[in-house]
Design a protein around this ligand. Structure first.
Ligand code: GLP
Length: 250
C-alpha cells in the first residue's frame, strides 16, 4: 500500500503510460478530495513538460442539480480549476453533466451519446463515497443504470457539507453517470484514502455485488485498480494477500 502522498504518483504513472501510447485518450475525471493528489501530481508532470494532455479529452462523473457552472461549489468549477487549467487542457475539453438543464433527463441521454461519440472512456478515475457510492450512485442504484437524475443520500449530503457555507445549501439532487456507464470504461482507477473509507473499500472489494454497495459492481469489471493508503485498506480481510500481490508485482 503506498502512503497517502505516494498515491498520486502511483495513479499518475498509470495515466501517463496511457497517454504515452494514446495522446488523445478519453479520461473520466472524478471530483471530491480523493483524486486531488492525482491531479496535483499530473499537473507537476505537465509543468515539467514530461506529460502533454493537450490532445486528451474527458468527461466528469456527476454534477449537482441547480448549481450553475460558475458556482464555486459546482463540479464544473472543480473541473475547470483542478483539472483543465492545471493540466493544460482547453476549457470545455472535459464535459460535465449539466446541472441547470431545463430537461435534465434529456441532458442525461445527451451525455451518454457524447461519451459514445468520443469512442468511450479509456480510463476512469473514481473516488469512493463512505457509503460505497461511485459518482453519485447512492445505495439502491440499479447496477444497470445510465446517466440520470438521482436524489442524494443524507450521508452524502452530510459528508459534502464541508464544501458549503451551510449544510442546508447542499443540493438534494444530482445528475450522475450510471453504474452501467461507469462500468463501460476500459480501465478504472479507484482512489480512496483515510480510515473513513475503510468499510467502503472492504465492502466494494470483498463484499457481495449488490446495489446496496454501488461500487461493488466493479467486481464484474476486468480491469480495475484500487489505489488506497494503509488506513483505507485497514478493513480488508485479505490484506496480507493484497500486500503480497503488490510486492511480487513491483
Ligand atoms: C462525492 C462525489 C464522488 C466522490 C465521492 C468521494 O460525493 N460525487 O464522485 O468520489 O463523493 O468524495 P471524497 O473523495 O471527497 O471523499
Amino acid at each position: 500500500m503506498p502512503d497517502t502522498p505516494r498515491l498520486g504518483v502511483v495513479a499518475a504513472d498509470r495515466i501517463q503510460r496511457l497517454i504515452r501510447h494514446r495522446p488523445d485518450a478519453v479520461l473520466g475525471f472524478a471530483t471530491g478530495s480523493s483524486p486531488i493528489a492525482v491531479y496535483e501530481e499530473l499537473a507537476l508532470r505537465v509543468a515539467a513538460r514530461d506529460l502533454d494532455l493537450t490532445e486528451a479529452r474527458g468527461f466528469a462523473l456527476d454534477e449537482y442539480i441547480g448549481l450553475a457552472p460558475d458556482d464555486p461549489q459546482s463540479y464544473a468549477s472543480f473541473i475547470r480549476e483542478r483539472v483543465e487549467r492545471p493540466l493544460g487542457m482547453r476549457e470545455g475539453t472535459v464535459r460535465v453533466p449539466d446541472g441547470t438543464a431545463a430537461d435534465p433527463r434529456a441532458g442525461g441521454d445527451d451525455f451518454e451519446a457524447a461519451i459514445c461519440d468520443a469512442g468511450g472512456i479509456d480510463l476512469q478515475i473514481l473516488g469512493l463515497g463512505a457509503n460505497g457510492h461511485v459518482g453519485f450512485n447512492e445505495p439502491g442504484s440499479s447496477l444497470g443504470s445510465r446517466t440520470r437524475v438521482k436524489t442524494l443520500a443524507a450521508r452524502t449530503r452530510a459528508d459534502n457539507a464541508r464544501f458549503f457555507d451551510h449544510p442546508e445549501l447542499v443540493p438534494r439532487l444530482c445528475i450522475t453517470q450510471g453504474l452501467a456507464t461507469i462500468s463501460e470504461a476500459r480501465t478504472i482507477l479507484v482512489v480512496a484514502t483515510g480510515a473513513a473509507k475503510a468499510r467502503a473499500v472492504a465492502a466494494v472489494t470483498e463484499g457481495p455485488v449488490t446495489s446496496m454497495c454501488p461500487g461493488s459492481v466493479l467486481q464484474h469489471h476486468p480491469r480495475v485498480t484500487l489505489v488506497v493508503d494503509e488506513a483505507a485498506a485497514s478493513g480488508l480481510a485479505l490484506i496480507d494477500y493484497h500486500r503480497s500481490v503488490q510486492i511480487h508485482s513491483c
